[in-house]
Design a protein around this ligand. Structure first.
Ligand code: GTP
Length: 603
């Protein structure tokens, strides 16, 4: 039975522990890519990547490997690399029967190692523990092996040691993949059923989907149905990733490949969806859910003349990422733009970085906010809103507090792994962020794992940076969704010379409202350019002024032209000026220059 010679697996690792390097080495070792490319991250740089414009998704590939006179088909299935994609990681993993758990021998177990281990463990996958970078003098092999034992009950003799960079131990690793990971459980006689675990956008072909075939078979010309969208799609092309798309005639149960099926965009090729053939519906894979954005921010072109270019760039990026939510937005100061929803903070950062790097876009991003669930009070009000609970994504959309009965905010469970010496500072940071310590485990002589429950709102701004700063870069962090919790939220608004500047409004926890209001006033004072007259900066909560700063006027020396001593003339000029300024102040609506926003809103 040919399925006996198929292995589907992923590499899971903390960031920078060597996943891409190992993937390259496996491709090289099995002859998929030429060895000349040694030490360059080939997959990352391949044409696929340029076409897809995506780094995080370039590593799904089919390899063929001879072992004991038998050829095996090894499907290496890529998992997205960062913490906001737990759901997508778990979908990719459900296309596999085993994983290589890769740990940097100089760094040891880190936060994402833990998160990824449990995703694999809970999915009942075979786990091959591997230490990487053993060529480095700083590797602490014994110590890390012990950590793996303490944390995951992994037996020391099970741990393989490799250098992905130098290609040491790769043969043994391939042997372990074949021996320890079972072939996919599947049935070619049953009706066709496949898991869609990745998709990307191709200019000419529309959405291309990577699928793992569970049962049955699929050939060109077949018509398939998406269990989620219920749309039908004729299969135009199918094949293997080798690592570039390589056409074949059919895909069979147990195999992993790509399909082109007239799907217009990645919203029609959602990760986690189940595909079946038109006349033979199947029970979908369990646990599918559409992506749910948790961090929202306004994005505006720094120069309105760039609006259309930016629009094209954003739409292109979104074609490849169905998890981003896009709504148009506009603001008096910032002009036309969009409000984008991301899965998390890193997701947002990666997106912005790509906009800037790949499309040379010059953008302004407003402070990120999280979705609050706001319960409405009173029959009349409920009628007006058409519901008793609304989602508030934008501070300016918060209803009048008088009609709010309860506010719920999104929470996360954060995992920190750190040398013990930073324990106290990290605990203080988390408390500052309204978090509480839930659990603490010693994972080695001088390293600990801490679990905190934190409001998402508190980590969207500067949590990572602060964590890295106080731990000299040693602490690693990962977080996952932890539902909603009742909260006290206050809306703070800002006035410049009695005119509200809506773009500055923010929602903050009530306990921090005054403090944050003060800090923002100071920021405004230092960033809004001076005028000829004094500008009052005020922060208000429910109409009450809670903080105030003055922006001093520029001194325009009206007497500069009067040389010498005509004192009465001087006095008169000064008096005139004072009166004029008083008038100006009364009517003065300050326009806040965009640069000021950039300075205030950027981190
Ligand atoms: P992300 O894609 O950012 O998650 O990183 P990754 O896990 O794919 O790590 P990557 O393969 O990019 O490796 C990170 C760094 O470690 C690179 O500079 C590699 O050259 C280096 N590296 C990877 N494997 C080894 C190894 O076995 N030995 C040594 N000395 N360096 C290695």
């Amino acid at each position: 039975n040919s399925v006996d010679f198929i292995r589907n697996f992923s590499i899971i690792a903390h960031i920078d522990h060597g996943k891409s390097t190992l993937a390259d080495r496996l491709l090289e070792f099995t002859g998929v890519i030429p060895e000349s490319a040694k030490n360059a991250q080939v997959l990352d740089k391949l044409q696929v990547e340029r076409e897809r414009g995506i780094t995080v998704k370039a590593q799904t590939a089919t390899l063929f490997h001879m072992y004991k006179d038998q050829e095996y088909m090894l499907n290496l299935i890529d998992t997205p690399g960062h913490v906001d994609f737990h759901y997508e990681v778990s979908r990719s993993l459900s296309a596999t029967q085993g994983v290589i758990l890769l740990v940097d021998a100089t760094q040891g177990v880190q936060a994402q190692t833990v998160a990824n281990f449990y995703l694999a463990f809970e999915a009942n996958l075979a786990i091959i523990p591997v230490l990487n970078k053993i060529d480095l003098k700083t590797s602490k092999t014994e110590q890390v092996i012990e950590e793996l034992n303490t944390m995951f009950d992994i037996e020391p003799e099970e741990v393989l040691q490799i250098s992905a960079k130098l290609g040491i131990g790769i043969d043994k690793l391939l042997e372990a993949v074949i021996q320890k990971i079972p072939p996919p459980p599947c049935d070619v006689e049953k009706p066709f059923k496949a898991l869609l675990f990745d998709s990307w956008f191709d200019k000419y072909q529309g959405a291309v989907a990577n699928i793992a075939v569970k049962d049955g078979s699929l050939k060109k010309g077949d018509e398939i149905v998406s269990a989620y969208t219920q749309k039908r799609h004729p299969v135009m092309e199918l094949g293997f990733m080798h690592p570039l798309p390589t056409k074949t005639n059919a895909l069979y149960a147990g195999q992993v490949g790509y399909i082109v099926a007239n799907m217009r965009n990645t919203k029609e090729a959602l990760i986690g969806d189940t595909l079946y053939k038109v006349k033979s519906p199947v029970e979908p894979f369990p646990g599918f859910r559409a992506p749910k954005p948790m961090v929202f921010a306004g994005v505006f072109p720094a120069d309105q003349g760039e609006y259309f270019n930016l629009k094209v760039a954003i739409e292109r990026l979104i074609l490849n990422d169905s998890s981003i939510e896009l709504n148009v937005d506009s603001s008096d100061v910032l002009g036309q733009g969009w409000r984008l929803g991301f899965l998390g903070i890193l997701h947002m950062e990666v997106f912005n970085q790509r906009l800037e790097q790949e499309y040379d876009a010059n953008i302004i991003i407003t402070s990120p906010s999280v979705p609050y669930r706001v319960k409405i009070f009173g029959e009349k009000n409920i009628k007006m809103y058409g519901t008793d609970e609304i989602m508030v994504l934008n501070p300016s959309k918060l209803p009048n507090p008088a009609i709010i009965s309860e506010v719920l905010e999104p929470m996360v469970q954060g995992t920190v792994i750190t040398p013990s010496e930073y324990r106290k500072d990290i605990t203080t940071l988390c408390q500052d962020k309204r978090g509480h310590l839930e659990e603490e485990i010693h994972i080695g002589e001088d390293r600990i794992l801490m679990k905190f429950i934190l409001p998402l709102n508190e980590i969207v701004l500067d949590f990572f940076d602060k964590l890295k700063a106080i731990s000299s870069g040693y602490a690693s962090f990962d977080y996952e969704d932890h539902g909603y919790q009742q909260s006290q939220v206050t809306k703070v608004t800002f006035n410049l010379n009695d005119h509200e500047v809506e773009e500055l409004s923010m929602l903050v926890h009530t306990s921090k409202a005054v403090q944050e209001a003060k800090e923002m006033c100071v920021k405004l004072r230092d960033n809004v350019p001076r005028q000829l007259f004094l500008i009052a900066v005020q922060a208000r909560i429910g109409g009450q002024v809670v903080a105030r700063e003055n922006i001093k006027p520029m001194k325009k020396d009206v007497t500069a032209k009067c040389y010498g001593g005509d004192i009465t003339r001087r006095k008169k000029l000064l008096k005139n000026q004072a009166e004029k300024l008083k008038k100006m102040r009364k009517i003065g609506k300050i326009t806040v220059p965009k640069e000021t926003f950039i300075n205030i809103l950027k981190r």
